[in-house]
Design a protein around this ligand. Structure first.
Ligand SMILES: C[S@@+](CC[C@H](N)C(=O)[O-])C[C@H]1O[C@@H](n2cnc3c(N)ncnc32)[C@H](O)[C@@H]1O
Length: 264
């Protein structure tokens, strides 16, 4: 395994980003999307590049059996720490696996899952195909594949809101940028990722945006108070609605695509 590129980012991502209003919105909106497609509990979920478990631990709490696979020991440490704080019942439903997502099938011994998640990972890979291959392979017949990644069609949003006008002009057709975590990231389009999964036997079912207004507010300099739980909950409901509709979802800097594998 190569050196742990995520070690330096683990605290920033797992503790800081998710503690923000944007982090709450991401967790809430993604969870609600997933519940629209998952079978009833207890079904098995594989979270590839699952990080500290922010996306899949809520599913364990809701009764799903979760296998979280990640290549970063530092992120898996974070996941273990967070796991220890889950109620006993949920904790027993989670397994952590250290492996490259590109070798997920082998790492889970060929097991097939009712849902395979891959959120916020493709953008850090040079090419998405080897990972998408594994995601589609690990899904059971009739199971879902859930991919969240950067939206190449909305690449001018961030530089424009940060009033970096030269960068904004150059970004319309750009595929890479230095992301909010300070590392280079690559974006894809909904159509491209849809085609990638379709080629691998997974039919796209629905796509969503993830965050919009909180993202725009933050980049334009507004302070959002994550301790005001009523405000945060109200914000999350608005974001959920926007994530489902045009034109809002098209302008979200990240998208969430859900596909279903055919009955092979
Ligand atoms: C931005 S974090 C997202 C974590 C989690 N999916 C979430 O949405 O909260 C990206 C994660 O992908 C993991 N990762 C990156 N490349 C990977 C690969 N090739 N195989 C497995 N995990 C990978 C990193 O270690 C990190 O935990």
């Amino acid at each position: 395994m190569s050196e742990d590129a995520w070690a330096a980012l683990a605290d920033q991502f797992a503790d800081e980003a998710y503690a923000s209003v944007k982090g709450h919105v991401r967790t809430y909106v993604m969870h609600r999307h997933l519940l629209e497609h998952l079978p009833v509990q207890p079904a098995s979920v594989l979270d590839v590049g699952g990080g500290a478990g922010h996306q899949s631990f809520p599913l364990a709490r809701a009764g799903y059996d979760v296998t979280l696979l990640d290549s970063s020991p530092a992120m898996l440490d974070k996941a273990s720490q967070r796991l220890a704080r889950l109620p006993e019942q949920a904790r027993r439903r989670v397994t952590l696996v250290e492996a490259d997502g590109e070798r997920a099938d082998e790492a889970v011994d060929g097991r097939r899952f009712a849902a395979v998640l891959c959120h916020g990972v493709l953008g850090y890979l040079e090419r998405p195909e080897p990972m998408v291959d594994q995601l589609c392979r690990c899904a059971a017949a009739g199971g879902i594949v859930s991919i969240m990644t950067g939206n190449a069609d909305a690449s001018a949003v961030r530089p424009a809101l940060e009033r970096r006008w030269d960068d904004a002009l150059a970004s319309f057709d750009a595929r890479t940028e230095i992301g909010v975590l300070g590392v280079p990231g690559r974006a894809d389009t909904v159509d491209e990722v849809s085609e990638l999964i379709r080629d691998r036997g997974v039919e796209p079912v629905r796509w969503y945006g993830v965050w919009l207004f909180v993202d725009w507010l933050e980049f334009s300099g507004a302070e959002l108070d994550a301790s005001d739980s009523r405000q945060v909950a109200a914000t999350a409901e608005v974001e959920l609605e926007a994530s489902r509709r045009d034109p809002y979802r098209q302008l979200s800097r990240v998208f969430h695509l859900v596909g279903r594998k055919g009955q092979v």
